[in-house]
Design a protein around this ligand. Structure first.
Ligand code: MN
Length: 337
């Protein structure tokens, strides 16, 4: 506990296992033009880059940086694109092993870590088994999905068992960015637009919007979805989405029961990962309220000290700061340690 009246719980903190890094290395070595592999090429081979070392460490190195910055807890998740580019059998095996390693790290360092379980959407039946094991046997706190899988999104019926399981287990799905699918990334390849500068939010915001307008949140009304980067742009557009949806609804086989903004408030929680910008935070607080926002650093891709300075210095009430720093994460992820 830092000296304040709240714990600082960071909710989008990445790690990698050696097994995942090995599998991604094999994909990179095999060639291919997917921009996710460009991202991994950077992690694996860029000199003067300690991101991979930081991803692989769940002990002294990470905890020392957390301590130096007054960060009490990391909610850990397997880094992008997780196992979602691997063949289904290997993906399931690496996800289950990553979840075991995650649970072991949480047990080694009580009170310092919580964790989101990985699974392989490629095989929804197996995914559901791993989701159940992760929560009921390993005690993990939610799930991580790195946006699309082979260009498909979680609103598509083959993935409904995954949404159903998350709802039944009462555990949120954090939809984390990855690059746009090969068939959509074309114009984003120029000027680095495929990256975290813009393309990741375009992809992940699309995923969030698909969940809202497809009707799956009427089918699974208690499902909780977490979006990073202050909601991947959706909160900024919410007036226009509400305004335009009814004009488009007659084209749709399924009409959603509520206004899009009502799903955003009911089913989504957003985090501040990589968005250390006070005007954007104040806007989101005004639109979504203080119960729907959690703090995140996005370690090791973003600096811990900047995220702490941003949240410590945010021009908001201490009651709201306490919710964003800790209370909302404790509630949503059912953190008990
Ligand atoms: Mn991230």
């Amino acid at each position: 506990m830092n000296g304040e009246s709240w714990r600082r719980i960071a909710t989008e903190e990445a790690f990698a296992t050696r097994e995942l890094a090995g599998a991604m290395r094999r994909l990179v070595d095999a060639g291919g033009s997917s921009v996710d592999l460009m991202f991994w090429r950077g992690l694996l081979f860029r000199e003067d880059d300690d991101r991979l070392a930081n991803l692989l460490d769940l002990d002294e190195r990470r905890l020392a940086t957390m301590d130096a910055n007054g960060v009490d807890m990391h909610v850990l998740s397997l880094t992008s694109p997780g196992v979602q580019m691997l063949d289904p059998a290997e993906a399931a095996e690496i996800a289950a092993d990553a979840n075991d390693q995650l649970a072991a790290a949480i047990a080694r360092h009580p009170g310092r870590y919580a964790g989101l379980a990985a699974f392989a959407p490629q095989d929804p039946e197996e995914a559901v088994r791993e989701m159940e094991r992760s929560v009921t046997r390993l005690g993990l706190n939610g799930f991580i999905v790195n946006s699309h899988t082979d260009g498909e999104y979680l609103d598509q019926p083959k993935y409904w068992p995954i949404l159903e399981a998350a709802e039944a287990l009462g555990a949120p799905i954090y939809i984390h960015p990855r690059s746009l699918p090969d068939e959509a990334v074309g114009p984003y390849r120029d000027h680095s637009l495929w990256t975290a500068m813009w393309g990741f939010a375009a992809e992940t915001g699309l995923h969030g919007m698909r969940l809202i307008v497809s009707g799956v949140l009427d089918r699974f009304p208690k499902l909780k979805i977490v979006l990073g980067h202050l909601g991947e742009g959706i909160p900024y557009w919410v007036y226009r989405i509400d305004h335009m949806y009814p004009k488009m609804a007659r084209r749709h086989p399924v009409r959603i029961e509520l206004a899009p903004s009502e799903y955003l408030k009911r089913n989504f929680v957003i985090t501040t990962s990589g968005m250390n910008h006070h005007p954007a935070l104040e806007y989101c607080l005004q639109v979504l309220g203080p119960d729907n926002i959690m703090w995140a650093i996005d370690y090791p891709y973003q600096a811990m000290d900047e995220a702490v300075a941003f949240m410590d210095g945010a021009p908001i009430s201490d009651a709201d700061r306490r919710k964003i720093y800790s209370l909302n994460a404790l509630r949503e992820f059912r953190i008990t340690g």
